[in-house]
Design a protein around this ligand. Structure first.
Ligand code: ADP
Ligand code: BMX
Ligand code: ZN
Length: 291
């Protein structure tokens, strides 16, 4: 059975056909529309999946936001241009005429990465550093979604009480400091208005403020990892998202983690499936493997 897998992030939408063995075909990508109304998102999804629908027999969506009963609810609406709610499963069933399931993007990616991990660990953490900062936690071999879908939203834990206000309403969340949007929002002077990708390019070219922004992000993520080690005694942490996978980023996180007391040390790896972890995790969910 072929699954039409969709990854709905704050910056980009991806879709692909995934077969039973997890092979990805016909991957397509386009920017996420920034609009407070659901119509623009529906139109973008319709356009994205149109060439893929005829070969699929079901749809699986990994999406940013709290996913409960097939509906997306933003914890940080700023990541979706102000969009608060979106009827994910209904909309995709209407667009495609196929049955659909949905799960949070980082929870999905965690499940795919847990399956790809070659060592036996029962506690496993995935963190995406992308438009926002998301997370997925596997405890005792079971993916934690929580009753309301909130489990794993580690981007909204505290990094700095004096830090910037987060779009979720709290002050000083990891996401406000470490995410792509957070890095861009803190930029000043000649970096103001640049996105995180451009700020990373500046950092690589030796721009001091850009290097400090990247460093602040990596330091916050390292502290988050130490907190998660203390909370779950995880056997490893896997990092994804375009910021998390950016050149020289993970090595900085590892260096800052090494400065913490050794009891908080844990191996940190880049996502095995790189930018496809969400797509593959959603496809696994559709296969009924989420048990
Ligand atoms: P999404 O959040 O939609 O899943 P991504 O994982 O691509 O998408 O994350 C988007 C964020 O990553 C944006 O803030 C973007 O500026 C940033 N980004 C994209 N490419 C890079 C890169 N090569 N280096 C650093 N940051 C990047
Ligand atoms: C935000 C939140 C999470 C999501 C994370 C990463 C929203 C819309 N999203 O913390 O649900 O997992 O961002 O999302 O509130 P991404 O778009 O960066 O992949
Ligand atoms: Zn927050």
């Amino acid at each position: 059975m072929t699954t039409l897998a969709i990854d709905l992030g704050g910056t980009k939408l991806a879709a692909a056909l995934v077969d039973e063995s997890g092979r990805i075909r016909q991957r397509r990508e386009r920017p996420t529309p920034a609009s407070q109304t659901p119509d623009a998102l529906k139109a973008a999804l319709t356009d994205l999946v149109a060439p893929l629908v005829s070969e699929a027999s079901r749809v699986a969506v990994a999406s940013t936001g709290i996913i409960r009963d097939g509906t997306l609810r933003a914890i940080n609406p700023q990541n979706l241009g102000g969009l608060l709610h979106f009827a994910l499963v209904n909309t995709l069933e209407n667009i495609t005429g196929l049955p659909a399931v949905a799960i949070n993007d980082a929870q999905a990616a965690a499940w795919a990465e847990y399956h790809a991990f070659d060592k036996r660990v029962s506690e496993f953490i995935f963190i995406t550093i992308s438009t926002g900062v998301g997370g997925g936690i596997v405890c005792n071999g079971t993916l934690q979604q929580g009753q309301g879908g909130l489990a794993g939203h580690v981007g909204h834990t505290l990094a700095d009480p004096q830090g910037p206000r987060c779009g979720c309403g709290r002050v000083g969340c990891i996401e406000a400091i470490a995410s792509g949007r957070g890095i861009a929002a803190q930029a000043r002077g000649d970096l103001a208005g640049l996105d995180a990708r451009a700020i990373f390019t500046q950092a690589a070219a030796g721009h001091v403020q850009a290097q400090q922004l990247v460093e602040r992000s990596a330091r916050a993520v390292a502290r988050l990892i130490a907190d998660l080690k203390a909370t779950t005694d995880c056997g490893c942490v896997v990092v994804g998202g375009s910021v998390g996978l950016a050149e020289n980023y993970l090595s900085q996180v590892q260096d800052f983690l090494a400065e913490e007391p050794s009891v908080y040390h844990v191996e940190v790896f880049a996502a095995h499936h790189r930018h496809d972890a969400g797509l593959l995790g959603a496809a696994l969910l559709a296969q009924g493997a989420l048990e």
